[in-house]
Design a protein around this ligand. Structure first.
Ligand code: ADP
Length: 286
């Protein structure tokens, strides 16, 4: 696979490859730092049968984020397949340590991204979260979207793979009836969709670069809920976000509702261990 991609990169970049180093950190694909006389590039790759559509949707997401021009993304050079190998070739971003100024700017910029709104929840194409398809059918109502395109898709997948007991499925159905009194009504915001620590890079200029988007027009609290699922970001990120685009009161009381989606994605990717957390959240609300 590596040799295929090396050849393809050399061809696309129109220069010979000086070095091709494997990078760690990805959950799904192989990733490489490509050094050439024209500069450094990043390429991620996988077998075409598995990842061709996934990498193309990733390129589409990065291009859409670049178009709205609120937060930097790596420039997309190419997304293609070569001899059965799919690859995504991007600008290489050198990572630095995150400092308070970085977090403050990140909070402000995410708030600006969330101010990009649409009349409908969803997106004009389905994409992926991790390696799972993320459906983005169009809905006028946030809760219809959240239930139909987010929670229920993951519950149905978990059912198919024997990963969810009836009791939890029933609890979700009871929760659905209560959601209108829990979630505030807001316009559909453009969200990153999978905003955890592994999906942004801090540059040496203390600027954020977003990677691995799972975009949709959704409730902006989804992004904040994902940042809080595994420990949270620096407090200056949340302060700056709130100052730029204040949240409705009571976010901390409903944050776990949004996290149910991400936890069900974890059940489907990593296994039943995440059901305990799902169950304890459901018990609080049902
Ligand atoms: P996967 O799709 O397999 O989850 P990632 O997108 O997370 O892979 O990328 C793997 C690693 O490469 C991560 O450590 C990530 O920070 C880094 N990375 C991703 N995109 C770039 C880029 N454009 N420049 C430099 N490093 C990157």
């Amino acid at each position: 696979m590596m040799n295929e991609v090396r050849t393809a990169c050399s061809h696309i970049l129109g220069t010979s490859i000086e070095s091709f180093h494997s990078l760690s950190g990805g959950d799904i694909n192989e990733a490489y730092l490509v050094r050439t006389a024209k500069g450094a590039f990043f390429v991620k790759t996988n077998t075409a049968s598995f990842a061709s559509d996934m990498l193309q949707k990733e390129a589409k997401g990065l291009n859409l984020l670049a178009e709205v021009n609120c937060i930097r993304t790596p420039k997309v050079i190419a997304s293609d397949t070569f001899n059965g190998t799919a690859f995504l070739l991007l600008e290489f971003i050198t990572a630095d340590k995150a400092k308070p100024l970085f977090w403050e700017r990140f909070g402000q910029q995410l708030a600006l991204l969330h101010q990009q709104t649409s009349d409908h929840f969803g997106l004009d194409h389905n994409n992926y979260i991790g390696n799972l398809v993320q459906k983005n059918g169009s809905h006028d109502d946030w809760l219809h979207f959240f239930i139909k395109e987010r929670l229920q898709v993951q519950i149905d997948l978990a059912k198919k793979n024997n990963r969810i007991p009836h009791s939890i499925e029933d609890a979700f159905h009871q929760l659905y009836k209560k959601l209108p009194s829990i979630c505030p009504i807001e316009p559909a915001s453009l969200i990153h969709g999978d905003l955890w620590n592994g999906n942004f890079i801090c540059t040496s200029e203390d600027r954020v670069v977003l990677i691995d988007p799972a975009l949709s027009y959704a409730h902006r609290e989804m992004d904040l809920a994902m940042t809080l699922l595994f420990g949270g970001f620096d407090s200056s990120f949340y302060d700056a976000y709130h100052e730029t685009f204040p949240l409705e009161k009571g976010f901390s009381d409903r944050v776990e509702i949004y996290q149910l989606y991400y936890l069900m994605v974890h059940v489907n990717i990593f296994g039943r261990a995440y059901l305990n957390q799902v169950n304890s959240i459901l018990k609080k609300f049902v």
